[in-house]
Design a protein around this ligand. Structure first.
Ligand code: 13P
Ligand code: SF4
Length: 365
C-alpha cells in the first residue's frame, strides 16, 4: 500500500487519547500488557521513539525483527512498532493464527513507496528487451510486499543492510547482472565494496522510465540501481563530515549505507543499524562519535553510553517522520482495541503476493 492509499484508509483515533497524560497512557499500556501476557508480542525497530521502545518485548533492526517475527509462534497479536513494510514482513513470516497490527497506518516508508509494482513491471520489460535473461532482481526489505513478490517470482531475493554484501555476492552466482530496488545508495555502496566500479553501474529512473548510463557499452553494466532513496539518510552530507574533520577531528564518523556513496566514502565506518549500535557499544570510554543515522537511535545511544560523546552528524538532526507516527496514543488505542475485541489496522498480505514474497524472503533467511 502506498502512503497515499494509507492516508485514505487511516482511522482517526478518538480525541480522548490526546487528552490523556503520558503517565496515564503508560499505566494503561502496562495494565493491558499484563492482562494479555504472551498473547501479545510487541517488537520495535531501533528508530522508534523512547516512549514506545520502553514497552517493546524486543528491539532490533530490520533483519533481526524479521527473524524474531518468524520465531514467535505463541502470540495471538503482534503489535508492530515500526513501519508498514516491516509489519507486512512480520505478517508473512508469522503463523496464520497470528494477527499483525500497525498502530498507525500512516507509518509508511517514503523509500518503499519509490518503487511500485507497475513501475517495476514496466522497467523489467524494458530491461529484459535490452539485457535478455541476464538480470536477477534483488530488493531491500524496505519495499512493499508486491516488490518482494516480484523478486521472488523472478528468482531473486530480499536483502537487508546487515546482509547486503552476502546477498549481492549470491546474486552474481545466479545471474550476470542485477537490478537492485529500491535504494540506489545501499545498492551502489554494497556493489562498490564488492569491487564493482561505478562505471559498471547504471541507474533506472522509474519516473522517466529510462536507463541512465554514461558509458558506451551497455554490456559492461553489472548493476542497475533503482532511483530510490531514504529521505532521512540522504540528509547527511560530505560538507557535514568536512566540518567535523576541520573543527572536531577527534570525532569518528560512522554512517548507515543508505547514505550517499560520497558520504559513505568520506566516513570512517559504515554499516547497518545493528553494526552502528555494536560499534558504539564496543568503543572505548572517552571516544567521540558523529553518527549518520536516524535521530531517535542516535539520542538513545548518547543517553546509554554517557562515557562516550555521541552526536548526530547532522546538527539539525534527522528524524524519520513516518517511524515517529507510532506514539503513546496510537499504541494505547491499538491495545485497547484488542482487549475490547475490536481489532483495527490489521496488516494482511494477500495469499498470492505472500506466496512469491516468501520465496524472496526465504532465499535471504
Ligand atoms: P536497518 O534496520 O536494516 O538498518 O534499516 C534501516 C532503516 O532505514 C529501516 O527503515
Ligand atoms: Fe524508510 Fe528511511 Fe524511514 Fe527507514 S529511515 S523507514 S528507509 S524513510
Amino acid at each position: 500500500m502506498t502512503i497515499l492509499e494509507t492516508f485514505n484508509k487511516t482511522t482517526v483515533i478518538p480525541d480522548r487519547y490526546f487528552k490523556m497524560t503520558s503517565s496515564e497512557m503508560e499505566l494503561r499500556i502496562l495494565e493491558i500488557k499484563h492482562q494479555l501476557k504472551n498473547r501479545l508480542f510487541l517488537p520495535a525497530h531501533h528508530y522508534q521513539k523512547d516512549e514506545v521502545v520502553q514497552f517493546a518485548d524486543v528491539t532490533g533492526d530490520s533483519l533481526q525483527l524479521a527473524k524474531i517475527s518468524a520465531e514467535n509462534h505463541e502470540a495471538d497479536y503482534i503489535v508492530f512498532c515500526g513501519v508498514h513494510f516491516m509489519a507486512e514482513t512480520a505478517d508473512m513470516l508469522s503463523g496464520t493464527n497470528q494477527t499483525v497490527i500497525l498502530p498507525d497506518l500512516k507509518a509508511g516508508c517514503s523509500m518503499a513507496d519509490m518503487a511500485d509494482i507497475h513501475q517495476t513491471e514496466r522497467a523489467w520489460k524494458e530491461l529484459s528487451d535490452i539485457f535478455g535473461d541476464s538480470i536477477l532482481p534483488l530488493t531491500y526489505v524496505n519495499s512493499t510486499a508486491g516488490i518482494k513478490a516480484f523478486c521472488g517470482k523472478h528468482g531473486g531475493a530480499t536483502v537487508t543492510s546487515s546482509n547486503a554484501k552476502a546477498m549481492v555476492s549470491w546474486a552474481f552466482k545466479q545471474k550476470e547482472r542485477l537490478l537492485f530496488l529500491p535504494d540506489q545508495h545501499l545498492g551502489r555502496n554494497t556493489a562498490f565494496d564488492l569491487g564493482i566500479s561505478l562505471e559498471d553501474m547504471a541507474v533506472w529512473d522509474p519516473i522517466q522510465n529510462k536507463l541512465i548510463y554514461d558509458g558506451e557499452n551497455l554490456e559492461q553494466i553489472k548493476v542497475i540501481l533503482w532511483k530510490g532513496h531514504c529521505s532521512v539518510h540522504e540528509k547527511f552530507t560530505v560538507e557535514q563530515i568536512d566540518d567535523f574533520r576541520k573543527n572536531q577531528p577527534e570525532f569518528k564518523i560512522i554512517v548507515h549505507p543508505e547514505c550517499t556513496h560520497e558520504v559513505v566514502r568520506a566516513s570512517d565506518l559504515n554499516g547497518s543499524t545493528h553494526f552502528i549500535i555494536e560499534t558504539i557499544k564496543n568503543a572505548e570510554p572517552g571516544t567521540k562519535w558523529a553518527v549518520g543515522t536516524e535521530m531517535n537511535l542516535v539520542n538513545r545511544l548518547a543517553d546509554q553510553y554517557t562515557d562516550r560523546e555521541i552526536v548526530s552528524l547532522n546538527p539539525n538532526l534527522c528524524p524519520c517522520l513516518t517511524m515517529n507516527r507510532i506514539d503513546l496514543p496510537h499504541l494505547l488505542w491499538s491495545l485497547e482495541n484488542i482487549v475490547q475485541g475490536r481489532i483495527e489496522n490489521i496488516i494482511s498480505v494477500d495469499e498470492e503476493t505472500k506466496k512469491y514474497a516468501l520465496l524472496a524472503l526465504n532465499r535471504m533467511m
